[in-house]
Design a protein around this ligand. Structure first.
Ligand code: EPS
Length: 367
């Protein structure tokens, strides 16, 4: 009912608030025998973390993962894996003013309407802090997908405000704090972000995510389509307001002769579909794109109402992200990986034998 769990066979439940003592997750259904150590969570958690550059919130968390269960002598046992990260750098006084009012454009208002009570410290459960545990759970998912199927999930920042990359190089993406694929543009982004920060405003962004090596067959029509589950998972990321699969909304002005991905014995000639046909992976790269809104916690005063229904003005103080999309790349990758591992296990359960006797297409495995 309360929807803090995600996935059918690889089920992740997250818990915790931004300024509570800790955040955590329980992963149920992880295949046994996967080697995993606390050390392996570090890279992706650091990629997602605040305070990694001056262009994100300056909250500094160690994000050290404690593995509480489900791992014995460095390998998953098939039992629930519980992961815990203690919060250490809360500054709840920043939220003193928010207790009595609502930031325009923030979940402050809808949480209050829904529950009649809320933890205003750091946005409580609505905080992007929660995405830490998605990224942690996905470290396990990514590793299993890579080892078992050779799947690699990676993403990049594809737009900030009006700025798009002039060139594209995967190698550039991990070399700058924006996950930007054009190294030559990074100084311009820094100038842009410095000016934005000074103005006290925020800006939106687009993140693209790609999974290579996904075999054909993952996804369950009709109500468990791979693209349907991906859209839901990506939309569940804080601040996401739009999701596209493959060409997405560009398809509106395309012709069928242009959009279809023609096939030959050498494979597909293009990938407008984003690797998914009829809700099932085609064996091509699975591609998705998300749009993150400009964050609502800004220094520019805005009109709002207080708890007694009177008009008031809100200025958000504290440590906020002027562009939350800057650190959304690892989160988008995480949600893609969590959907893929869930569907890999679901496909294996129902259709694991299909194509194992006779290949479905000569030269290709049905797995
Ligand atoms: C966030 C507001 C800030 C960010 C936080 C997300 O919280 P605080 O005021 O406590 O510093 O730092 O991000 C994280 C802590 C994180 O780990 O991502 C928000 O409103 O979502």
């Amino acid at each position: 009912m309360s929807s803090n769990s995600f996935g059918k066979l690889f089920t992740v439940t997250t818990f915790g608030e931004s300024h509570g003592p800790a955040i955590g997750c329980v992963i149920d259904g992880c295949p046994p025998g996967l080697s995993i150590s606390a050390e392996e969570f570090k890279t992706d958690l650091e990629r997602r973390a605040t305070g990694r550059s001056r262009y994100t919130s300056q909250r500094h968390e160690a994000d050290d993962v404690e593995i509480l269960s489900g791992v014995y002598e460095g390998r998953t046992t098939g039992t629930p894996i519980a992961l815990l990260i203690r919060n250490t750098d809360q500054r709840s006084k920043d939220y003193g003013d928010i207790v009595q009012t609502f930031r325009p454009g923030h979940a402050d208002y809808t949480y209050w309407q829904k529950y009649g009570i809320r933890d205003p410290r750091g946005g409580g459960r609505s905080s992007a802090r929660e995405t830490t545990m998605r990224v942690a759970a996905a470290v396990i998912a990514k590793k299993w997908l890579a080892e078992r199927y050779g799947v690699r999930v990676r993403g990049y920042l594809a737009q900030i405000g009006e700025i798009t990359p002039d060139t594209f190089d995967w190698n550039a993406v991990e070399q700058n704090p924006f996950f930007w694929p054009d190294a030559a543009q990074v100084p311009a982004l820094e100038t842009y972000m410095n000016a934005l920060r000074k103005s006290g405003d925020s800006v939106g962004a687009r993140v693209n995510v790609v999974a290579d090596g996904v075999p054909p067959g993952w996804g369950e029509p009709i109500y468990g389509k791979l693209d349907g589950d991906l859209a839901s998972a990506l939309m569940s990321i804080n601040a996401v307001k739009g999701v596209e699969i493959g060409d997405g909304f560009a398809a509106v002005s395309q012709r069928g002769s242009q959009h279809r991905d023609e096939m030959s014995m050498d494979g597909f000639a293009s990938n407008h579909a984003g690797g998914i046909l009829g809700g099932i992976s085609s064996g091509q790269p699975v591609t998705a794109s998300i749009v993150l809104k400009p964050t609502s916690s800004i220094l520019i005063p805005g009109h709002s109402v207080n708890l007694t229904g009177e008009p008031t003005e809100v200025v958000t103080k504290g440590r906020h992200d002027p562009c939350v999309g800057i650190r959304a790349t690892p989160i988008a990758e995480a949600m893609m990986a969590l959907v893929l591992i869930d569907h890999a296990l679901r496909h294996r359960a129902q259709c694991g034998d299909v194509g194992t006797v006779e290949p479905l297409i000569p030269g290709q495995s049905g797995q």
